[in-house]
Design a protein around this ligand. Structure first.
Ligand SMILES: Cc1cc2nc3c(=O)[nH]c(=O)nc-3n(C[C@H](O)[C@H](O)[C@H](O)COP(=O)(O)O)c2cc1C
Length: 303
């Protein structure tokens, strides 16, 4: 029997496979398809202080081996998540959930994280710093070490649960940003969010996505994500949740060898809603074939 258990800052997971934020809603929709209790955990839809209707459509473009989305953080707002979504989830998911929080100001991150920290089912808070900073020229919080650290410090001051900062790959030096988050008190790092991309419709000669550009993800970005996880592992000593193009048990193992303690699966869920279940079911067989008896032993093994 192989051991698939991993620990994220004391949070024990039966396996390292976690559906990524924005591709699994608030979970209960998927519970109609299979028993979601077999997941390590899952990261719920990026949640903001106020409800958001998201960006204009079209907001999805298909690409070879991936997709571009410009959903624009559509969500019902933090209060509705606490009053409506989490109680529904509790009926079908009996493990700690990862709360993914977004904000357009430091105050918004603080407000949402403080509220979600009080929820019993939340095991870990994942703070997405890819959003534009409305008070500072619209540059994403995740694009400078200073602003990423500022959000980290502010959120850590009002929370008791592990805080993982989710980084954007659209930067020159991801390791410097990860290091700044660690120094500001982050308990872990999640990476990567989507890469900025676009497509043009050859008939209309206009961008496919209404907002012109969007976030590119799916198996095409796996080598980029793997490279960034590898670099961040060398830069920090806190745990890493690796994601970006993971679509098989072998991808998950490769991501862990690069330095991830757990992995998230995003776009693959939209192609195959059973993707995470399939990865979890094939993980023990792949481990046996590769001579891995315990997953914790391989974390960072490629270094
Ligand atoms: C449709 C869609 C919506 C997403 N929404 C969010 C979100 O709300 N918050 C967030 O942190 N990441 C969001 N992401 C990014 C994913 O969580 C993940 O970081 C990224 O897609 C890379 O993983 P993948 O290649 O497996 O999709 C979204 C991705 C997709 C495809």
């Amino acid at each position: 029997m192989v051991n698939t258990k991993v620990s994220l800052s004391g949070l024990m997971l039966d396996n390292p496979v976690i559906p990524a934020s924005g591709t699994f809603g608030y979970g209960y929709e998927f519970a109609e398809l299979y028993d979601i209790n077999l997941l390590g955990s899952f990261s719920f839809k990026g949640t903001t202080a106020a409800p958001r209707f998201g960006n204009p459509t079209p907001r999805i473009a298909e690409c070879p081996s991936g997709m571009i989305n410009s959903v624009g953080l559509q969500n019902p707002g933090i209060d509705a998540v606490i009053q409506r979504e989490l109680p529904r989830l509790k009926k079908c998911f009996h493990k700690p959930v990862i709360a993914n929080i977004s904000g357009f100001s430091v105050e918004e991150y603080v407000h949402c994280c403080q509220k979600i920290d009080r929820e019993a089912q939340v095991g870990l808070i994942e703070v997405n710093v890819s959003c534009p900073n409305v008070h500072n020229g619209g540059m994403s919080f995740g694009t400078t070490p200073e602003s990423a650290a500022e959000v980290t410090r502010a959120v850590k001051a009002v929370t008791t649960k592990p805080v993982y900062i989710k980084l954007s790959p659209n930067v020159t030096d991801i390791a410097a940003i990860a290091r700044a988050c660690e120094e500001a008190g982050a308990d872990g790092i999640s990476l990567i969010n989507t890469l900025l991309g676009m497509r043009i419709d050859l008939r209309t000669r206009k961008p496919v996505i209404a907002n012109k550009m969007g976030g590119f993800s799916g198996s095409a970005i796996f080598p980029v994500a793997l490279r960034m996880v590898y670099q961040v592992y060398e830069a920090v000593s806190i745990p890493i949740i690796g994601m970006g193009g993971v679509s098989s048990a072998r991808d998950a193992i490769e991501m862990m060898l690069a330095g991830a303690t757990a992995v998230q699966v995003g776009a693959a869920n939209l192609v195959n809603p059973y993707a995470c279940r399939d990865i979890i079911e094939s993980l023990p067989r792949e481990m046996e074939q590769l001579g891995i008896s315990s997953l914790t032993e391989i974390i960072g093994g490629a270094h």
